[in-house]
Design a protein around this ligand. Structure first.
Ligand code: SF4
Ligand code: SF4
Length: 376
């Protein structure tokens, strides 16, 4: 077993079997040896290809100009704080604490309440699984327990997706809101004398969905992200690892993943055909592995997408109503209407260029066997 060193403590790269929470996820095919081997010899790579390296700013300006000043730039303080100041603030605040360390169960209760007050819709506790932390990013996740936090995206904005006319990403603002709130929550934890490290959404250094699922917040949706009983696919996640033994939550079966197998609207509507029709084995997990190359090619060409989220009946009508409808009628609510909606990009200028990009990416990246997990 490989061990890494971090701040003088030894970080176990593979979980021991009794800590392997992926094994607990209901309905997910899983081969631990394969996942362990892949993580060992080919650790995951950072998951947002256009944002890697020196071209990141150029990419944001070229493709997301419209949102850059109003939605992306306001998220910058949280990112700067995360990378430059957080550790120093942590040491300072934790040192100032006097008195005994808090009781873990009470601390968890307080954290859940505080997270809700800060606007988080979801909060659960799980063990950090280092097989889903990308290579070279362990420093951002120094502790073995993780609080996973979800925040709802703007429903009305997503209802307009894909907004090809405006070429506008449906909701960057959630990164600003959740990015600020996760740091405020981290400071709340530090004031109780507990060290922690916060990671904003869109950080790309760990795969959040698997942690959200093992923390019992939702299930793996066919589109590769998490579907929750509150909003379906309409939320973004972030994480805090902390130095306290908070009671763990367990993965739960809400019946949503099972419903996905009857629905598959996101698979049918994805304009880049990035979501495979059938699940496949990928790094030891049996799932619909989204082909990031195709998804990003489309996203970049059109500066927008999220068709998979907006096509989802769980998002449009609410999970309770959709599951109830399915139980009564055996049908997917809104299926015909959503299927009949015309893909708005067809016939608009540049659609041929786009389709060419998709065809090319299909040739280059037809196999999803890369080290890029993506968020899905
Ligand atoms: S964001 Fe668009 S291209 Fe990417 S998987 Fe979803 S529908 Fe497909
Ligand atoms: S569109 Fe259908 S298959 Fe896709 S995530 Fe939503 S419920 Fe699941």
């Amino acid at each position: 077993m490989r061990l890494r060193e971090y701040r003088g403590q030894r970080v176990r790269f593979r979980p021991a079997l009794d800590e392997d929470r992926v094994a607990l996820i209901p309905g997910v095919g899983y081969r631990p040896d394969e996942l362990n081997l892949c993580s060992e010899v080919e650790p995951l790579l950072e998951n947002v290809p256009p944002l890697r390296g020196p071209n990141a700013l150029k990419y944001v300006w070229t493709h997301h100009r419209r949102e850059a000043l109003t939605e992306i730039l306001p998220a910058a303080p949280a990112l700067v704080y995360m990378d430059t100041l957080q550790n120093r603030v942590d040491a300072h605040m934790v040192k100032k604490h006097v008195g005994p360390r808090p009781d873990p169960a009470q601390l968890k209760k307080d954290i859940i309440e505080h997270a809700a007050a800060l606007g988080f819709s979801h909060c659960g506790v799980t063990l950090l699984d280092r097989r889903f932390v990308v290579e070279g990013s362990d420093e951002g996740f120094p502790y073995p327990r993780a609080i996973v936090l979800g925040m709802e995206m703007h429903r009305e904005w997503l209802m307009q997706a894909p907004n090809y006319r405006l070429r506008r990403y449906p909701d960057y603002d959630v990164y600003r809101r959740a990015g600020g709130a996760v740091h405020r929550l981290a400071n709340f934890i530090r004031r109780q004398g507990v060290s922690c490290s916060a990671r904003v959404p869109f950080n790309g250094a760990a795969v959040y969905p698997v942690h959200a699922i093992t923390a019992g917040l939702g299930e793996l949706g066919a589109f590769g992200g998490v579907v929750t009983p509150e909003f379906g696919p309409r939320q973004r996640f972030c994480m805090i690892t902390l130095d306290a033994e908070l009671p763990l939550d367990s993965p739960r079966d809400f019946g949503l993943a099972e419903f996905c197998e009857k629905c598959l609207l996101c698979v049918a509507k994805c304009p880049a055909k990035a979501i495979p029709e059938k699940p496949l084995w990928w790094r030891g997990v049996y799932k619909r592995k989204v082909n990031d190359l195709k998804c990003w090619a489309f996203f970049t060409a059109w500066h927008t997408c999220a068709v998979c989220i907006n096509a989802c009946p769980l998002h449009r009508y609410g999970p309770l109503e959709v599951l109830d409808h399915y139980e009564r009628t055996g049908e997917v609510k809104g299926y015909e209407e959503i299927m009949a909606e015309k893909p708005a990009y067809r016939g608009t200028p540049g659609s041929e260029e786009l389709l060419e990009i998709v065809r090319e990416s299909e040739l280059k990246g037809g196999s999803p066997g890369s080290r890029m997990e993506g968020h899905r």
